[in-house]
Every structure is written in C-alpha cells, then in structure tokens.
Design a protein around this ligand. Structure first.
Ligand SMILES: Cc1ncc(COP(=O)(O)O)c(C=O)c1O
Length: 406
C-alpha cells in the first residue's frame, strides 16, 4: 500500500489545520472522506437529484437505480445471500435500535434475558435498556477479562434457558479486541439463540462474509467506512426481516393503506419508511469502491503493522499504560498517562495537529470496570503511517514535559 498516494485522495490532508499537518488518529470515531465520496454527493445534488422509489420521471428512475446499486454493492461486499437482506438506516445506532425494538416487540416478555458484553458501546446497551424498562426483561453482561477480551467461554457462562438474543461487538472500540464471532454464533445457534453483531468497528477494518459468520443481524456505520454521515446498514437474515414487525411507519414502507387496515411493503422497503438519506446512500457506493480498490486484506495488513509499531513505541515510553492486551486486536489503542487527565492530553496533542479522542468512548460500563472515568484513544485508518505514530509519541513526550513527568 502506498500511503502517500492514498492520503492524496483525502482533501482534508491538503490544508494545514491550525498551522499543523493533520495527524488524524480518530478514525474509530469517524473516518475522513476520500474525494470520490465527496464529489459523488456534489454531483448527485447538482446533476442527478430526485427522491427515490416514488415518481416515474427520468431523474426519479435514475436516482432509484443508483440507490439500489448501492444495495447490491453492499450485498456483494459483505457477501450476504440476498440483496433484500440489506436495510439502509441513518447509522449503526439506528440499525441496533431497529433490531432491539422489533425483536423486543415480537419476542421478548418479562423475565427474558438479553445477553450483551461489558465491552459494548452505549448503542448496543441503551436500546436493550429501553426494553428492560418497558417489558421488564433482564440484561446480562458477559465479562471482559484482564486482557480486554470477551471470550467464547465468558459468553457461554452467561447463557441460560432465558437468553433470547445475544448482542456482541465485532471489534471493541476501546481495547481493540476482535471477538470470536463465528464461534459465538455457532454456540448460540446450537441453543436456538439469534446473535446480533455491532459491526461498527469490524466493517471498516476486517473482511466480512455474512454467510460464513452466519450471524442473524450485523450493524454497520457508513461514516466509519470512509462514507458520508447519515448512512448505516442493517444486515439481517431474510427470515428475520419477514418475521419481525416494521420499525417506523410512513410512506414507502406500505403495501396497501385502507381505513380498516394496512399491509406492509416487500423487503427491504418494509424497513425504509419516509425519504431516505438518498445522496448519502448513493455516495456510499463510492466508499465501497474505494475500499475494494485498496483491498480489505491490504488494509488489514497495513493496520496490523501500524498497530504493532504503535504498541512497540508506546510501550517504550515510560508512564504510558495501554488498556488491554487482546490476542486478536484491531487498530485501536486506548491508554492513560499517569498524572495527566486524558482530556488534557487530547487538548495538548491537538496543539500539534494530533487528533485523538479522550473520554469514555461511549463505553461507561467498561470504564467503570477498569476503574477509570476516561482514557485517551488513538485509532487508525488507511491514511495513517508510522510517521503519525512517531508524531503521537513526540507530542505525548511534550505533554509529559509540561506536566513535569519523566
Ligand atoms: C462499537 C460502536 N458501536 C456503535 C457506534 C455508533 O455508530 P453510529 O455513529 O453509526 O450510530 C459506534 C460509534 O462510535 C461504535 O464505535
């Protein structure tokens, strides 16, 4: 991979940010956008705009075809069996809410258990919490170990005959742990339990194959895959989309509407109510082309190399404590520096153009377990190089000097 050339595809790196070259280490939060994605949005609005799935005029039909082309590209990219298993949402959060809400409505009752993990992002906890309130279900948490991983065994320990669904992250946005999703799905299915995967951090960095993983639901965030904001994907096995009730009501999701009753549209329209994020969906096709052009295997290898280098550099730096040490890990490093609050770290790093994230990263359950209110987090994307890690280290040393640390 030629990082210099890849970086040139991202206009954000063309200009200085507050007089600095941007060292962007916040891709787990949201990835920067290649020009082809940005251009596609501009072109669509200026030359091709229409709403989709409604009118029969030229622009409407052309826009509908473009919108549906993205669905086919996503299907191919994640190797789903059927293009109707791809539902567009406004983000991964909405995809998970869709599953919790519809599955909860149809299948959960008082005393049932939903099993998630201590690694989960709030997006894969709060929607289940709503059901705890409304339906009096219980939420169980598979434990994270000292290495920041959730193992198959820790999932198995928490499965009971009341477990009705399991929700797990593919790749932790704090420790970087990659969960044994395929094994967890196989175990769950042997007990008749469906599995929903929060694939926000998995999709931009790992090769995906829905038929091989065999999970029932997989939630994806477009903006973390070098795509626009406002676009997410819910992959769901066709059987579930047929069985579950619709999530939102409105135009576009109906079959027939009469005073006495309403029938719902075919898949996937049943789950896409109202005017969708048309431009974002169409531009997301360019994100997939971008990822395919580089090749996900090359991305995985590049990010692994970067991760190993960063761990090696940061471990040599006194007083930096890396959170977790998972055996299988993606390009995310959360850390603390003794004596400096993560927000101070992030603010001082920012003076050098080094963009990291500080806080609980929407994972308060995990931070409570770690006994920390906040950590600093550096996360990688296709445009990062070893120079970025060196700059991170140099800026961390500058922070330590300001705080009189060795
Ligand atoms: C693991 C994980 N799950 C869910 C989300 C929420 O995704 P979205 O912003 O697409 O709603 C994020 C975003 O930070 C995440 O990292």
């Amino acid at each position: 991979m030629n990082i210099e050339n890849i970086k040139k595809e991202f206009p954000i790196f063309d200009d200085k940010i507050q007089n600095n070259d941007l060292v962007y280490l916040d891709s787990a939060n949201s990835a920067q956008k290649p020009k082809m994605v940005v251009d596609r949005i501009y072109d669509f609005y200026t030359k091709e705009f229409s709403n989709v799935g409604r009118s029969v005029h030229y622009l409407a039909v052309a826009a509908t075809n473009l919108y549906e082309n993205t669905r086919s590209s996503v299907q191919k990219y994640i190797n789903a069996k059927d293009r109707n298993e791809i539902v567009f949402t406004k983000g991964a959060t909405e995809a998970i809410n869709l599953v919790a809400n519809t599955f909860g409505q149809k299948y959960l009752k008082e005393g049932d258990e939903v099993l998630i993990t201590e690694l989960e992002h709030h997006s894969n906890y709060v929607p289940w919490h709503f059901l705890r309130k409304s339906k009096k279900i219980n939420i169980e948490f598979a434990e994270v170990n000292d290495d920041g991983e959730v193992t198959l065994e820790s999932i198995e320990k928490k499965i009971t005959n009341k477990t009705k669904i399991i929700g797990i992250t593919h790749l932790s946005n704090v420790t970087g742990a990659i969960l044994p999703v395929k094994e967890i799905v196989s175990l769950a299915h042997s007990k008749g339990i469906p599995v929903m995967v929060d694939g926000c951090q998995g999709a931009p960095h790992l090769k995906l194959d829905m038929q091989d993983l065999d999970c029932d639901f997989y939630a994806i965030s477009g903006h973390k895959m070098y795509g626009p904001t406002g676009i997410g994907i819910l992959y769901a096995k066709k059987q579930w989309l047929e069985e579950l009730p619709p999530y939102q009501g409105g135009g576009g999701m109906i079959g027939e509407v009469k005073k006495k009753g309403i029938s719902y549209g075919n898949l996937p329209n049943k789950y896409e109510a109202g005017t969708m994020a048309t431009a974002q969906v169409i531009a997301f096709n360019e994100s997939i082309k971008f990822l395919e052009k580089i090749g996900i295997e090359n991305i995985e290898k590049h990010e692994k190399d970067l991760l190993n280098y960063a761990i090696q550099v940061l471990k040599k730096n006194n007083s930096i404590n890396i959170i977790g040490n998972p055996k299988k890990k993606g390009g995310v490093i959360s850390f603390t520096v003794e004596g400096i609050h993560p927000h101070d770290l992030a603010t001082i790093l920012d003076e050098d153009g080094v963009a990291i994230r500080a806080g609980h990263h929407c994972c308060q359950i995990l931070h409570d377990k770690l006994g920390l209110s906040a950590t600093a987090r550096a996360s990688f994307g296709v445009y990062n190089s070893k120079d970025d890690i060196d700059q991170l280290n140099e800026s961390l040393n500058k922070c330590k000097k300001i705080f009189n640390l060795k």
